[in-house]
Design a protein around this ligand. Structure first.
Ligand SMILES: [Zn+2]
Length: 289
């Protein structure tokens, strides 16, 4: 018995270390190839740098996102851009073959999402809020909400084993007020990786240097050389924290919050597991650092 107790006592530090250093699996499910990058890219880099696993999923192939290109040709170009962005972020990037602008909250799409979340053995699932301006974003939010809880039900999509534990489901930040404004529960300072985020996002050339400037009527402002393009993109895609986000940052970082130039914020969805502050610190090991 004494020997047994001795062996157990030797194992305790190892078990504690394993508990603290376990790999965290994060999956973000966005509507288009570039949404995960924009909303979660900085935090994703921080997770990847710490050795955790991050996957970006785009529910559509982006084949409507251009002013003079479309269909399969554009879908292939956007798939290649997403793969390149994934490499630069240090994450896996999956693009589903649904048409851009036509995503529907069908049972088929819900089951695809359930399988993706299970195969990734996700601890954290991130998506859009379902009151976003874009129908593809809204329906992606609905589909992911419909997967919250059902990912643990063995008789739903029985070909992939259910998760043992319901993940924490989070929404990314947006500006929409009705029926409720976004509420930052978790906010991450991304200043140390902001330049890398911009570099990784710049892989989506068809979007940030062609389509989006065209939609805002200033395509003629896009510079030609790479260095100037990165500055152009950084100037347009700042993620300056607002008052509410600064308050949230103070909770997690203390005084350091007031120096933050760029942050990404997340709201906890009611349908997944409800983490307390202690668990949030384990799931987001970059908080406070
Ligand atoms: Zn989008």
């Amino acid at each position: 018995m004494k020997k047994f107790m001795f062996v157990i006592s030797l194992m305790i530090p190892v078990l504690l270390l394993c508990a603290q250093e376990r790999t965290i699996n994060v999956i973000m499910i966005g509507a288009h190839p570039d949404d995960c990058d924009l909303e979660f890219g900085g935090t994703a880099i921080l997770f990847a740098q710490m050795g955790h696993h991050v996957k970006f999923v785009s529910m559509t192939n982006g084949d409507a996102g251009h002013q003079n290109m479309g269909g399969g040709h554009l879908a292939k170009r956007r798939m290649a851009e997403a793969k390149e962005a994934g490499k630069r972020f240090g994450v896996e990037y999956v693009v589903m073959d649904n048409h851009d602008g036509e995503l529907m909250p069908t049972l088929e799409n819900r089951l695809k999402i359930i399988r993706e979340i299970r195969k990734w053995n996700a601890d954290i699932v991130i998506t859009h809020r379902p009151n976003d301006y874009h129908p593809d974003h809204r329906y992606t939010g609905i589909l992911v909400q419909d997967a919250a809880y059902t990912v643990i039900v063995p008789n739903v999509a029985p070909d992939v084993p259910p998760l043992q534990k319901n993940p924490v489901f989070l929404y990314t930040e947006d500006r929409f007020q009705i029926p409720t404004p976004f509420r930052p529960d978790i906010a991450v300072i991304i200043d140390p990786v902001f330049d890398q985020k911009i570099y990784a996002m710049s892989a989506h050339e068809s979007q940030f240097f062609e389509w989006l400037p065209w939609t805002s009527g200033d395509l003629d402002q896009v510079p030609a050389d790479e260095k100037s393009r990165l500055e152009f993109l950084a100037g347009r895609r700042t993620s300056t924290p607002d008052e509410k986000t600064i308050d949230c940052l103070r909770k997690w970082y203390g005084d350091k919050a007031d120096q933050a130039k760029h942050a990404e914020a997340f709201e906890i969805c009611e349908y997944g597991r409800q983490p307390d502050d202690q668990e949030i610190k384990v799931l987001f090991p970059m908080l406070g650092k």
